[in-house]
Design a protein around this ligand. Structure first.
Ligand code: NAD
Ligand code: ZN
Length: 371
């Protein structure tokens, strides 16, 4: 099968032919219909994967949707052949106290047992087929379009989870600041607007992303710079934001976020851009709570799917063929993606589409000449 793989820690990506996977005990085999590209893939390429001990080559893709086509012993009764499912990514042991509480994303045993998410340790979904380790990770998507459903598994799930612990602080008088209106951020804005009555201020360094933020419901949008601190203070009558969500996590956004939080506010640093927050008495506002959430729970994902099915989450996507997957990743690396880029196995490549267009034109010209 074809798969987009990370080859080395210099960030070399290749579309490769590798053997088709077969499901072992407990595993489910999916024929892929969509795989979202996340900025965390870029962090993995830039060395995070090496630090975490990921083995290469590795098929990328941790936002996965596919059709169940086979299952191993012990999983056959859990899934239906032909079912369209998304893959819950943060796999856990299922046995420890964190997993028992539903927080497989914080499984105590995952590292020790080498249980890693697909595309972030194990082979992921940027391929024609993928293996899912357990039937419970296959969440039915019903009638959702695979291309817009795939990003729900991370770009939807992660902001939804982050919002849960801060939801009570987002009342009608509250203000939420969202740094980064990219894949995660443009969903976060919609979730905050649909699930709370709070005002949303979106900050980004890209004019196109700010325009997208406005389209998906942000009340105010500003360039992410020092002037934005004054803008947030003006809107909040000098108090600062009740909740800051940072979906960038680089030092500049963290430094700005520190100046925008309110006394007793929440500061969610979700982006993994390596920015470090200084925390201490008198350094952050009194009783400001700082969170570093990772992904979400399976229960959260079921809720995200239900929200999408009711039309509350619209993901801005650009589909790419698997053959053009490396180019799609290059676009993500160079900051050219608006919303989410999604690989769609089975979609004709750019070259095939151009060849077809050319052939159609030639046929039309011939038909005209023959008349
Ligand atoms: P993305 O590339 O789709 O979007 C990032 C956005 O941030 C872009 O619109 C970009 O213009 C903007 N940006 C860049 N620098 C900025 C700055 N200084 N201030 C404001 N905006 C800025 O990325 P994504 O896929 O949405 O991921 C966002 C971050 O979240 C990444 O760091 C990613 O690795 C991380 N992430 C974390 C988790 C988690 O569980 N904690 C899960 C998924 C992704
Ligand atoms: Zn991700």
């Amino acid at each position: 099968m074809k798969a987009v793989q990370l080859m080395d820690w210099k960030g070399t990506l290749e579309l490769r032919d590798i053997p088709d996977p077969t499901p072992g005990a407990g595993q489910v085999l999916l024929k892929m219909t969509a795989a979202g590209l996340c900025h965390s893939d870029v962090a993995v390429m830039n060395g995070l994967g090496k630090d975490l001990g990921m083995q290469l080559p590795m098929t990328l893709g941790h936002e996965c949707v596919g059709t169940v086509i086979d299952a191993g012993e012990g999983a056959r009764n859990l899934v239906r052949m032909g079912e369209n499912v998304m893959v819950y990514g943060p796999w856990g042991c299922g046995r420890c106290e964190m997993c028992a509480e539903g927080y497989e994303n914080y499984c105590y045993n995952a590292t020790r047992l080498n249980i890693t998410p697909p595309g972030l340790g194990h082979d992921g979904g940027a391929a024609e087929y993928m293996l899912v380790d357990r039937g419970r990770y296959c969440i039915p998507i019903g009638d959702l379009d695979p291309v817009t459903a795939a990003p729900l598994t991370d770009a939807g799930l992660t902001p939804y989870h982050a919002l849960q612990h801060s939801r009570a602080k987002l009342t009608a008088n509250s203000v939420a600041v969202v740094f980064g209106a990219g894949g995660l951020g443009h969903v976060a804005i919609q979730l905050i607007k649909h699930l709370t009555p709070a005002t949303v201020i979106a900050l980004d360094t890209s004019a196109a992303a700010l325009e997208l933020a406005r389209q998906v419901g942000a009340d105010f949008v500003f360039n992410s710079d020092q002037d934005a601190v004054k803008a947030v203070k003006d809107i909040t009558k000098g108090q600062g934001a009740d909740v800051v969500f940072d979906f960038v996590g680089v030092q500049p956004s963290v430094d700005l976020g520190a100046q925008m939080c309110k006394v007793r506010g929440d500061w969610n640093i979700v982006g993994i851009g390596g920015g470090v927050a200084k925390v201490g008495f008198g350094v952050v506002p009194y009783e400001c709570q700082v969170f570093s959430p990772y992904w979400g729970t399976r229960r959260d994902l079921y809720e995200v799917v239900a929200l999408a099915q009711r039309g509350y989450i619209k993901i801005h996507t650009t589909p790419w063929s698997l053959e053009d997957g490396v180019e799609a990743y290059q676009n993500l690396i160079t900051g050219k993606v608006l919303g989410r880029a999604v690989l769609v196995p089975g979609m004709p490549s750019k070259a095939a589409r151009e060849a077809e267009q050319k052939a159609n034109k030639a046929a039309a010209a011939q038909a005209k000449a023959g008349k």
